[in-house]
Design a protein around this ligand. Sequence first.
Ligand SMILES: C[S@@+](CC[C@H](N)C(=O)[O-])C[C@H]1O[C@@H](n2cnc3c(N)ncnc32)[C@H](O)[C@@H]1O
Length: 369
Amino acid sequence: MHVTEGDVELVVPEQPESGVGDAVFFNPVQEFNRDLTVAVLRAHEAAADRDRPSYLDANAATGARGVRAANAGYDATLCDHDPDAATLCRENLARNDLDAQVKERNANALMHEERFDVVDLDPFGTPVPFADAAFRSAADLVCVTATDTAPLCGAHRESGVRSYSALPQNTEYHAEMGLRVLLGALVRTAARYDVAATPVLSHVTNHYVRTYLSVSRRATDANAAIDELGHIHHCFSCLHRESETGLIAHPPDACPVCGESVATAGPVWLGRTHDTGFVDRVRKQVTGELGTASRAFDLLSTLDDELHLPTHYDQHRLCRRWSRSANAMDEFLGSLREAGYRASRAQYGGTTFKTDATVEAIEAATDGA
Ligand SMILES: C[S@@+](CC[C@H](N)C(=O)[O-])C[C@H]1O[C@@H](n2cnc3c(N)ncnc32)[C@H](O)[C@@H]1O
């Protein structure tokens, strides 16, 4: 089957309907993820002080991502331990007249041996088995896709604890919970090597989490990153939530609003999940040949405005709870601002938002909005 993504043409195998089989893996839904990767790489290259930075597609499969990185001018290496995948990577590079290295081997071994400016992880499920080697290998940027959203978000709690050494809670902001659990684990992994990993762009889309972390090899920066880890105390009864930095959690004995018990998630990343300057630079690199350009613009614009707070709300869920009909988002957010609170849309859905108002204050400020 022939597929065109951006300016490259790929041959990809028909995927078995069950999703289980021997075919080299290709997911057309991830075109958005790969389009944004191209824009991020262009932004990184524009800021880098060297020609043709190196890029490792550590889990290449058909080579869809690595071929596109090579096409964007990167000195690309495509790695997969599956011999059929390595063959397909070579074919897809040749088809586009691109020069890149293909390695048929275990990505962990390769990353322990070689340094790359940018390392990209996109395995099946959790990226954790590749994270140590990625932070040892990458000079500038580590890009990570995680598709195990149920463990990350707390829906499969034990599995989340095993993979991420953190306790997730299955709250109504589950997508952000998953992102923050993942970021917490990645930041702690990097810190083991005196590396500070700082998220510069993150999104949760179509049941996967994608994040880009810039790398600094200074122990003091790694300490500063660790300082942004902490816990979220959540009341499932009244939806009150509060966050607390530090590796030791001190949950309140009871919810300060309704007196019910609280559940604690963590350690999670409480810091910024993106850098507005970086988001802006990426937006400038989103161009018309990217098939999902308008979606990318929408996401990046939302991120540009999104408040840096650790949890979000969903207007529809709140209104159902209050037996009220929902309002246009701009009007709803306007009421919060008029009442003196900060408020922004959030990337997690059309009716999601962030605010520094408490649940009670949101209800009061938007009543009759
Ligand atoms: C989800 S697919 C990658 C999809 C691809 N990045 C894309 O954008 O289409 C995961 C790939 O990781 C490969 N993989 C799994 N474990 C690996 C390892 N230890 N070393 C290298 N590749 C591995 C699998 O063979 C599979 O092809």
